[in-house]
Design a binder for this molecule. Structure first.
Ligand code: IYR
Length: 225
């Protein structure tokens, strides 16, 4: 027991060591090889996917650590074609403004290799859209209290969500139409739930193409002192 204070409200940690070390390395390699195949996909087909997969991915995302364990996230799963169409219309309206004046030239140059524009057909084609909201505050005993480190917490949860969906053989797009306030309105979320990211999920089109991107190598992303 680490400290006398860890009695009430505590349970024994369930932690299984992986042995031998070679097995740790094997699993490390396997996980990397798997996640290194994840690509952001923009061309989906409308083939349905089992709802159970979406639910399990969200349950997995909900295992993320969060500030003061406040779990400041809500995942709104959109499958209704009419709502998807509303989201597409509103997103394309905002994106049109972004691509025609709101984004500075250097940003547009940065996006050119990705080939994006204001048209977002995937918003009605993908079988599910997962709209992630960040809960900024809670109400308790008639008082409003902020959530803590909600940006970090939701970011981590989204990372786990993307990994879980990839691991179950589904493609995702991390989409951030900007500004995203229309999502709060269309999806009728309260004011303390702020849109964070919109993730279309499904199978890629058979002819889907992705930019020929290279990932930074270890020397570029790791410093050891
Ligand atoms: N939100 C716009 C623009 C956009 C911005 C970034 I940063 C990207 O990595 C990709 C796109 C859009 O979705 O097209």
């Amino acid at each position: 027991m680490g400290s006398e204070s860890k009695n009430e409200g505590f349970i024994a940690l369930d932690f299984a060591r992986i042995e031998p070390a070679e097995e740790q390395i094997r699993r490390a390699n396997e996980f990397f090889e798997n996640l290194n195949k994840r690509r952001t996909v923009r061309d989906f087909i409308d083939e349905p996917i089992p709802f159970e997969l979406i639910e399990k991915a969200i349950l997995t995302a909900g295992t993320a650590p969060s500030g003061a364990h406040m779990q400041p996230w809500r995942f709104v799963v959109v499958r209704d074609p009419e709502i998807k169409a509303k989201i597409k219309e509103a997103a394309e309206k905002e994106e049109y403004e972004s691509y025609h004046g709101r984004m500075p030239a250097r940003w547009l140059r940065r996006l050119a290799p990705i080939g994006t524009d204001e048209n977002k057909p995937f918003l009605t084609i993908a079988p599910y859209l997962i709209v992630v909201f960040r809960i900024t505050s809670i109400e308790e005993n008639g008082e409003t209290e902020p959530t803590y480190y909600s940006q970090e917490s939701v970011g981590i949860a989204v990372g786990i969500l993307l990994a879980a969906l990839h691991n179950m053989g589904l493609a995702t797009l991390t989409h951030t139409p900007s500004p995203m306030k229309f999502l709060q309105e269309i999806l009728e979320r309260p004011r303390n739930e702020v849109p964070y990211v919109l993730i279309p999920v499904g199978y890629p089109a058979p002819d889907a193409r992705v930019p020929d991107f290279k990932r930074k190598d270890i020397k570029e992303i790791m410093s050891v002192i």
